[in-house]
Write a protein that binds this ligand. Structure first.
Ligand SMILES: [Cu+2]
Length: 154
């Protein structure tokens, strides 16, 4: 491997292997949020840097109740669409994770989980605007009034 004799190249190869500046980093692109049996998320706001090409959101249900009684999901929308997405989701039912099939207003969504379960969704940020402010909600019937928050992409 002749090229490794060049000290600069060798340094670059090493830096890549260590995930230093030569590598593309996903710092801050993995987010976590929890929901409980009191119909609450533990966070009112989530934020990811606009450098993220993809974002992964992991939802933990820290309660004990079954998903039929106190299921939670995490759904990302443009804020003006929040109520309409919640209504469409309610009509779609648990089998559809309370998200209407093909609902273009839904920017990202996890499935519905019950107590003790976790789930995650990874989505492209191509549809998000730098500096944009969005909303997330739980679309389980009746939950969005309490279970919603602001999502910032900046
Ligand atoms: Cu919920």
């Amino acid at each position: 491997m002749t090229f490794l004799r060049n000290p600069l190249t060798a340094a670059a190869v090493l830096a890549c292997a260590l995930g230093l500046p030569f590598a593309v980093h996903a710092e801050g692109c993995k987010l976590e949020i929890s929901g409980n049996d009191q119909m609450q998320y533990d966070k009112k706001e989530l934020a990811a840097p606009a450098t993220c090409k993809e974002i992964t959101v992991t939802l933990h249900h820290t309660g004990k109740l079954a998903k039929e009684a106190m299921g939670h999901n995490w759904v990302l929308v443009n804020t003006p669409d929040l109520a309409a997405v919640a209504n469409a989701g309610m009509a779609a039912g648990l089998a559809s994770n309370y998200v209407a099939a093909g609902d273009k207003r839904v920017l990202a969504a996890t499935k519905v989980v019950g107590g003790g379960e976790s789930t995650s969704v990874t989505f492209s940020t191509a549809a998000l605007k730098k500096g944009g402010s969005y909303s997330y909600l739980c679309t389980f019937p009746g939950h969005n009034a309490l279970m919603h928050g602001t999502f910032k992409f900046e």
